[in-house]
Each structure stands twice: as structure tokens, then as C-alpha cells.
Design a protein around this ligand. Structure first.
Ligand code: CMC
Length: 441
């Protein structure tokens, strides 16, 4: 797996001057990436001036170097290892994209076959994990189960916990990518009281996931080609997205030397929030709360009201200030999937399309460059496929595991890697003496 070229080794970098409040001027290197904005390397700032930078939410801060994914938010462009997401979604498949994200190049035929075979032969989970599941309440949210079970993998696979051993790192990576669909499907089966279905190694990654989720032992089940392809594409679209909240969480957790299973569990926890991966679930809830096209204006008035916390879920993105390219792909797939399933007029899709049309022409959204993101449509497809709403974010986590693992490996292999330790602007009380109980006001 591929590590970045450290900024420190780059020669002849231009500089930016900074004059601190005492009048002292220092030169800070300005570093070029391959494409995208340059960065000011502020690592020497504190030593030279005693100043920190302040950037809550990292709106202007690059936290690492990476060669994996590039987003141009103004153009609405997403590249995995340089390849546009639209081309990958059209011509590739999830296993090939996983290989690309992990190793940096598209695989040759024999490389792909070996990779698929290696992943496929890690799909079963330790049998004792089935016992572990039984400790959860039946109504537990699948993401709660995923956080717990994925974290617990570190208690089962002691032979792949040494992060300093490249072979163990690779085995842990393969195990995570292979077992996460099994765990997600088990979370679903447990919630509906059906028996766990063991993985089938004669099926493709997406097909096997559909099988483990929807098959039952008493009937034969053949996943449809259209649904398998649509799910595989959903996995490709969600595979990585550079330094988003969950990926940054994985990197930060991993920076302390924590094992990869624990780091991915941390990523799952971060993804769960409605501002991130939880948005696909929130979109469906929002659409059913709105209920009908007539109620859209009333809903949008609430969204625009500063005193109301309601947001148009599935709209807006920290980086994309244009149409999310993933949303464009998934929007087309929506029609194909609903067609395959014989759903002619889906009220939720109709409502979503109307909402999209109105929002894209509304000054509030236009001025703030708020466009539909991937989550606006993914929930509609997943619901049509038969996944319960509570599984949507679990599916996102399944696909994103590839990106998390690749980003984690890149960090471990980066010679400049340090434990992540942000500083703060302290605004609390200055030092003061302890006040005995009887003297407290
Ligand atoms: N609905 C209404 N107003 C919005 C929305 C929205 N969905 N998103 C942003 N705004 C407004 C916001 O109120 C603010 O307006 P003003 O300047 O008047 O105060 C302005 O747009 C900028 O918003 P922000 O919160 O500073 O933007 P951010 O970059 O911090 O937030 C976001 C990005 C994704 C958290 C936000 O757009 C949001 O909450 N969207 C809805 C949740 C969602 O769909 N999330 C999925 C993201 S894509 C999948 C993934 O990668 O996880």
C-alpha cells in the first residue's frame, strides 16, 4: 500500500510571510499538491512565534498528505487514485475499486483474481462472534451493533494486531473488508429474529451481502443482476471521500498506535451522526415527515428559518459547492432499480424529485451553494431493495471500510506520522486557589 512523499523532502518551495503581534516576521513554506489548493506548512509556527493556528472544524486545515482521493468541490469532481468516480461507476466494480484504493493502481487480471480470492476467503467470522451478537437487545440499532462487534474483532484476531508488521497490517485489512458485510448482515438478521446466513464464496461481494441479508435457510435465493449491480455501485460511490469526519477519526485513533479493528470501530461511531453517514437515514425520515408535495413549502420555510434547527437532509456538503458527482450517478440508478422492482410511481422518489427541483431554484440554497449529496438518493434505492432504514448507515460503513483501511495504512506508512494532538484556544478560568466548601458563594 502506497505512502505519500513527505512535504519536508520537497525542494524550492515558495513561502508565505507572517508577521506576529510583536512585529516578528517569519517565512512559512507553501507546498503544492498534484492538483488542488496549495497549503501553508505551519509546523514551525509555534516554535518560532509561540502562536497556534485556530480552525475549528478544520475548514482551512489539511491534516495530512494523501495520495488516495481527490475532491474538487467547485467542479463537483471526485477521483479515486486519479480516476473519476463516474468512469469507475460505469466500468469497474467494488472489488477492483477496493484494490485501486488500497494499492494505488487498477489491478491486472491475475492481481484482481487473487485479491478477490483472498478477500473471499476471509468472509466468515469466528464462530464465537455469533454468541457475542446474542448479548445485544433485538431492537439495537445496527450501527450500535457494528461499533461493538467490529471493535471486538481485536479480541478474536490476535495474530493481526501488530501494526508494525506489514504482513499483519495486510491481514487485518483483508479481514475487515471481508468480514464487515458478514457482520452487517448478521446485525440485520439478529434484529429480525432470523438465523444468520453463512457467507457463500461462490458469490460476488455485493451478491453475497444480499444473500446473507435476504436469504433464509428454507428457500433458495438468487439476487437479481440489476440489484446486485446497483448495490455494488453504491459501494463504489461510498468507498472513500478523503479526510471526512469518520476517516479523520480513524486516522486520529490510529495515530496513537491503536489496532486497526479498534480504529475502524471509531470510524463507524463517527459515521453514525446525521451530519455524516447518518444522513441517508435522516433523508427518509424527513421525506416521510413531509408526507406530500403540498407540504414542501411549509417544510422549506422551517429549513430557512434561523430560529429553527431543521435542515434539508441530503443537501449541502463541506467540500462540494456544486452537484455531488456521487448523487448524479445514484440518481440515475434510482430509476433503474425502481424499474427492476416494478415500482412505477414511488411516492418517496416523486417527493424527493419535487423537493430537489424546488430547492435547486430557491435563492436560499442557490446562494449557499447547497446541492443534493449522495445521501439524498441512496436511501430511496436501499429502501426499494428492501433494506430497513436503520441499515442504511451500516451499508455506508461497509463500503467506507475500504477507504478507512487505506487511509489508516497510508498514515502508518507515512514517515512523518505523529500522534494526532491538536492544541486549543483556552478561554476558561486562569489559575486560581482551591475554595473550601464553607467559603463557596
Ligand atoms: N439545509 C439548510 N441549510 C443548510 C444546509 C442544509 N442541509 N446545509 C448547510 N446549510 C446552510 C447553513 O445554515 C449555513 O447558512 P448561513 O450561512 O446562513 O448560516 C450555510 O448553509 C453553511 O452551512 P454550514 O453548516 O456552515 O456548512 P458545513 O460545511 O459546516 O456543513 C453539512 C456541511 C454536510 C454538515 C451540512 O450541509 C448539513 O448539515 N447537511 C445536511 C446533512 C447531510 O446531508 N449530510 C451528508 C453529507 S454527504 C455524506 C457524507 O459525506 O457524510
Amino acid at each position: 500500500m502506497n505512502s505519500p512523499t513527505p512535504a519536508a523532502t520537497r525542494k524550492n518551495t515558495p513561502t508565505a510571510s507572517l508577521t506576529d503581534p510583536s512585529g516578528k516576521t517569519i517565512e512559512l513554506p507553501v507546498v503544492n499538491g498534484t492538483v488542488g489548493p496549495q497549503v501553508i506548512d505551519v509546523r514551525k509556527l509555534y516554535g518560532a512565534t509561540g502562536l497556534f493556528t485556530y480552525d475549528p472544524g478544520f475548514t482551512s486545515t489539511a491534516s495530512c498528505e494523501s495520495k488516495i482521493t481527490y475532491i474538487d468541490g467547485d467542479k463537483g469532481e471526485l477521483l479515486y487514485r486519479g480516476y473519476p468516480i463516474e468512469e469507475l461507476a460505469e466500468h469497474s466494480d467494488f472489488m477492483e475499486v477496493a484494490y485501486l484504493i488500497l494499492f494505488g493502481e487498477l489491478p491486472k487480471a491475475e492481481e484482481k483474481a487473487k485479491f478477490v480470492s483472498d478477500i473471499t476467503h476471509h468472509t466468515m467470522v469466528h464462530e464465537q462472534i455469533t454468541q457475542f451478537f446474542r448479548g445485544f437487545r433485538r431492537d439495537a440499532h445496527p450501527m450500535a451493533v457494528m461499533c461493538g462487534v467490529v471493535g471486538a474483532l481485536s479480541a478474536f484476531y490476535h495474530d493481526s494486531l501488530d501494526i508494525n508488521d506489514p504482513h499483519q497490517r495486510m491481514i487485518a485489512s483483508y479481514r475487515l473488508i471481508a468480514k464487515i458485510p458478514t457482520i452487517a448482515a448478521m446485525a440485520y438478521k439478529y434484529s429480525v429474529g432470523q438465523p444468520f446466513m453463512y457467507p457463500r464464496n461462490d458469490l460476488s461481494y455485493a451478491e453475497n451481502f444480499l444473500y446473507m441479508t435476504f436469504a433464509v435457510p428454507c428457500e433458495t435465493y438468487k439476487p437479481s443482476v440489476v440489484l446486485t449491480r446497483a448495490l455494488d455501485r453504491i459501494f463504489m460511490l461510498h468507498a472513500d471521500h478523503e479526510q471526512n469526519a469518520s476517516t479523520s477519526t480513524v486516522r486520529l485513533a490510529g495515530s496513537s498506535g491503536a489496532n486497526p479493528f479498534a480504529c475502524i470501530a471509531a470510524g463507524i461511531a463517527s459515521l453514525w451522526g446525521p451530519a455524516h453517514g447518518g444522513a441517508n437515514e435522516a433523508v427518509l425520515k424527513m421525506l416521510s415527515d413531509i408526507g406530500s408535495k403540498e407540504r414542501i413549502p411549509e417544510f422549506l420555510a422551517r429549513v430557512k428559518d434561523k430560529n429553527d434547527t431543521v435542515r434539508l437532509m441530503g443537501f449541502g456538503h463541506r467540500v462540494y459547492k456544486n452537484y455531488d458527482p456521487r448523487a448524479a450517478v445514484i440518481r440515475r440508478d434510482c430509476y433503474e432499480v425502481l424499474g427492476e422492482l416494478g415500482i412505477k410511481n414511488d411516492p418517496l422518489l416523486d417527493l424527493a424529485m419535487e423537493l430537489e427541483k424546488i430547492a435547486l431554484n430557491d435563492r436560499y440554497f442557490v446562494d449557499r451553494k447547497l446541492y443534493p449529496n449522495v445521501d439524498f438518493y441512496s436511501g430511496i434505492i436501499l429502501k426499494a431493495m428492501g433494506f430497513p432504514v436503520s441499515m442504511f448507515t451500516a451499508l455506508f460503513a461497509l463500503a467506507r471500510t475500504v477507504g478507512w483501511i487505506a487511509q489508516w495504512s497510508e498514515m502508518i506508512e507515512d514517515p512523518e506520522q505523529k500522534i494526532g494532538r491538536p492544541r486549543q484556544l483556552y478561554v476558561g478560568e486562569a489559575r486560581r486557589p482551591y475554595v473550601p466548601m464553607e467559603k463557596r458563594a
